[in-house]
Design a protein around this ligand. Structure first.
Ligand code: BGP
Length: 476
């Protein structure tokens, strides 16, 4: 294949989230967030979904690797210099809401928090790295859970609006690319990270989502008032969904799952309207969402400029009872084991062609520029005594996904603007709170027990990715 595919201004880069790598969880006036009280370790997801954990730090019972992260807060200069060495065009990061408004409902912002992001952004711009900022990535301030019950409470819309306005006013002249809520569609399954609610009903989850759609549109409105050149995006997980067989019943089950998970939030944020299948779903399930005409008008008027999504794996739907014991879990969702796919060490199915299908599907449906804001392989890296890490498995994973991206651009005509592999520097896993699940081009000397000096080391994939970027994807 030729290189004619990727745009000249294609944004190659990497992605992170404040709560998973900044550390300094209680420094310089930062308040606690839901990430700070979410227990680390393999039991994290079951705990978060059962709601059976305290809304406070309990060090007797749990560990909290996010508290120190990888200490980007103090080491950002060194890390950004390494991103620059790889030739990053963009760096996706999030702002921690509680660094800016420690409780979420404070009158005045915390200047120390704002100053920290001034420095990070300026450091990136020094190397001509365009920041991409996620406004909310799994870290609603804890006070908003305790005092207001999380996102089903409409008061959070105004708190978020104020937070968004504050950071857009501060950085909106320098930063073009923004995203509102990370993986917003995980709210459908009731993810605590997204809704900041425990033991919620399905109706609560949809109410929380509605409130976030309004908040997201208000942020888009504010962004355009501050700087019309800003590009605002939405961000969902996309899971390419297969019907296990050609039984029409299976295909229908796949259709129902697919539209709710892969389309619903994008329909709202890109098209600006509740789709008819959702209205029918609410009606049949007796779900009543509190919305006003004014809110619906805001959602309609302020849609996003581009659609971003994370893609790690596909999923397969079956209605055949004999598949009940062949379930496989992945990134917030599960399905039936696909016999054609291998799995990662964490059991996530690896499916590069699924990424091309995702790109074709989303571009065909929405026709707006697409931004792959996360993708990658969580794997165990074993450095030798000199910290040499030959992560050929990671190179292989990324290579195969990039080849499919390129086909989507060259053969399918998709307008793809960016690719930011997840965890470009090793960081704490969102689903398990582990350090050992590594995605980075840069190794961080830190283990699950917190041992290590956090020194940074280039993996083999570092030089490989640098070459991909240098040739704009010609050398994959
Ligand atoms: C996405 C999240 C990220 C990130 C990634 C990898 O769902 O947006 O925050 O962590 O998944 O997942 P994990 O860390 O669980 O391997």
């Amino acid at each position: 294949m030729t290189n004619k595919g990727f745009r000249k201004d294609f944004l190659w880069g990497g992605a992170t989230a404040a709560n998973q790598f900044e550390g300094a969880y209680n420094e310089d006036g930062k308040g606690l967030t839901i990430a700070d009280i979410s227990p680390g370790g393999k039991l994290r997801m079951p705990l978060l979904f059962s709601g059976d954990f305290p809304l406070e730090i309990d060090r007797e019972k749990y560990i909290y690797p996010n508290h120190q992260g990888i200490d980007f807060y103090h080491r950002y200069k060194e890390d950004i210099a390494l991103f620059a060495e790889m030739g990053f065009k963009t760096f996706r990061m999030s702002i921690s809401w509680a660094r800016i408004f420690p409780n979420g409902d404070d009158q005045e912002p915390n200047e120390a928090g704002l100053a920290f992001y001034d420095q990070v952004i300026d450091e990136l711009l020094k190397y001509n790295i365009e920041p991409t900022i996620t406004i909310s990535h799994y870290e609603t301030p804890l006070h908003l859970v305790k005092e207001y019950g999380g996102w089903k409470n409409k008061k959070l819309i105004a708190f978020f609006e104020k937070y968004a306005r504050t950071i857009l006013e501060r950085y909106g002249k320098k930063v073009t690319y923004w995203m509102t809520f990370n993986e917003i569609n995980t709210a459908i399954m009731g993810s605590f990270f997204t809704t900041a609610m425990r033991n919620a009903t399905e109706a609560d989850n949809f109410q929380a989502l509605h409130n976030q759609f309004v908040a997201s549109s208000l942020a888009t409105k504010i962004a355009k008032e501050i700087n019309p050149a800003i590009k605002m995006g939405c961000m969902s997980i996309y899971a390419t969904m297969y019907a296990y067989d050609s039984n029409p019943g299976t295909v229908m089950a796949r259709e129902e799952k697919n539209r709710l998970f892969n389309y619903f939030c994008n329909d709202l944020q890109v098209r600006g309207e509740y789709p008819s299948y959702a209205l029918a779903y609410f009606e049949n399930k007796g779900i009543e969402i509190e919305w006003t005409e004014e809110e619906l008008a805001i959602i309609k008027a302020h849609t996003v400029d581009y659609l971003s999504f994370s893609y790690y794996m596909s999923t397969t739907v079956s209605i055949d009872p004999k598949h009940r014991d062949k379930q496989i879990q992945g990134n917030f969702f599960g399905g039936v084991k696909n016999p054609f796919l291998e799995v990662s060490e964490w059991g996530w199915e690896v499916d590069p062609v699924g990424l091309r299908l995702a790109l074709c599907d989303l571009y065909g449906r929405y026709g707006v520029p697409l931004y792959i804001s996360e993708n990658g392989l969580g794997a165990i890296d074993t450095p030798d005594e000199n910290f040499v890490i030959n992560d050929d498995y990671r190179i292989d994973y990324l290579k195969r996904h990039m080849a499919e991206m390129k086909k989507a651009v060259v053969l399918d005509g998709v307008d793809l603007i960016a690719y930011t592999p997840w965890g470009c520097i090793d960081l704490v896993s969102a689903s398990t709170g582990e350090m050992s699940k590594r995605y980075g081009f840069i190794y961080v000397d830190l283990d699950d027990q917190g041992n290590g000096d956090m020194s940074r080391h280039k993996k083999k994939s570092f030089d490989w990715y640098k070459e991909v970027i240098r040739t704009n994807g010609e050398e994959i």
